[in-house]
Design a protein around this ligand. Structure first.
Ligand code: NAD
Length: 349
């Protein structure tokens, strides 16, 4: 749907850090009108209104009652999911929601069904699925089943010091608290978990171990930090392969983002946040090298969503809400494995 001028009227739920990555280009898109912004800290919504226009609200329901929206962007902390998605369903408004999809497996399974029954167009913010590098690898691994994957996000501790992202951005108030974010594995490494699913299928079972107590020795550790310093999560893939995905937020030398995938005839090595890839083939010398950032990734993800809303055709969307829920359920199963000390079968329905 779009208005009489062909513009999709968009409302934002949550006006924190990530909203800028979407707004920078939505603000200049010819087929988008930024109609409303809401945030429980209304000053944040008002700041966006100053910059982008539209109206400010302190609750999503008020925005939906007041405006006729064609689409919503849900950009909120992990613990806050559920009510905003249901507000969209009630109003019949398609939504794009940032990852991860939430913290509570039972409610996520329920909400996924509600979304499917609603028939709404949805998009989950797993933007790596739009990268040419990722899709070239996916094409190859569809006929050459991944046998082994090995991926990680490795960075330093969130510290109270100038220039530290978590010390200065609002995300620092909830990210280091496991009950609010789910921890680094759920909140951040979920991107790699999603790629394991995108390339290797629905993970069947997970088994997790964690390291704790190292960051607590850091004098300037951010307040309320209680997440795991590191996790290793072993996964069984549906076609018999295996994967190991790791998180670490305690390595001051860094380590970066990577994912290696080995199949019988191909291997792919993804590196950096941009997911550049080097693909090797067993039958050929030389390497296929594809940069992950050939095109800016948030605009690509957003264009697919806006196009789907305008045309009613969701085929350009690479990760719907129910798909995003499946990846989130894997990461939450890893937390369950930590708590129980046992392998956990991932329950998708
Ligand atoms: N795709 C990516 O690479 C990427 C990068 C960064 C963040 N994210 C995700 O985006 C989400 C938000 O992250 P952020 O950095 O913007 O966090 P943030 O803390 O900066 O912003 C979240 C905002 O949501 C508001 N909020 C909380 N509950 C709300 C509710 N019920 N209704 C309206 N507003 C509400 C908060 O007041 C805050 O302003 C997280 O899930 C994060 O994982 C994704």
């Amino acid at each position: 749907m779009a208005n009489s001028e062909g513009k999709v009227r968009v409302g934002f739920i949550g006006c924190g850090g990530i909203s800028h990555a979407h707004l920078e280009h939505l603000a200049v898109a010819e087929d988008v009108e930024l109609a409303g912004f809401c945030d429980i800290i209304v000053e944040r919504a008002e700041k966006h209104v100053e910059k982008y226009g539209g109206k400010a609200y302190d609750a999503a329901e008020k925005m939906f009652d007041d405006l006729k929206l064609d689409a919503a962007y849900i950009m909120i902390p992990t613990y806050a999911h559920g009510a905003p998605e249901r507000t969209c369903i009630k109003a019949g408004v398609p939504f794009l929601v940032e990852k991860p999809m939430g913290l509570y497996p039972d409610d996520l399974r329920k909400l996924s069904k509600e979304v499917q029954e609603s028939g709404l167009i949805t998009s989950a913010g797993f933007m790596n699925r739009y990268r040419k590098s990722v899709n070239r690898a996916r094409e190859l691994f569809q006929s050459d089943t991944p046998i082994l994957m090995d991926g990680a996000w490795i960075g330093g501790p969130p510290l109270r010091k100038e220039g530290d992202y978590f010390a200065s951005a609002p995300i620092g108030q909830w990210w280091p608290i496991k009950a609010k974010s789910g921890g680094q594995f759920v909140e951040q490494v979920i991107h790699t978990v999603d790629l394991v699913r995108y390339l290797g299928g629905d993970v069947v079972e997970v088994s997790a171990f964690a390291a704790r107590g190292f960051n607590q020795k850091q004098e300037r550790l951010i307040q309320n930090y209680d997440i795991d310093d590191a996790m290793v999560v072993s996964m069984k893939l549906p076609d018999g392969g295996v994967a190991n995905v790791m998180s670490c937020c305690a390595a001051m030398t860094g380590g970066g983002v990577f994912l290696n995938v080995w199949a019988s005839r191909h291997s792919a090595k993804f590196t950096d946040w941009a997911h550049h890839v080097q693909i090797h083939r067993a039958d050929e010398h030389g390497v296929e090298d594809i940069k992950g950032d050939i095109e800016p990734i948030f605009p690509t993800e957003d264009k697919a969503f806006i196009h789907a809303v305008k045309t009613g055709d969701p085929r350009g969307i690479r990760c719907s809400y129910p798909e995003g829920v499946k990846s989130t359920l894997i990461a939450l199963a890893a937390n369950e494995s930590l708590e129980t000390g046992k392998p956990v079968k991932v329950q998708y329905e």
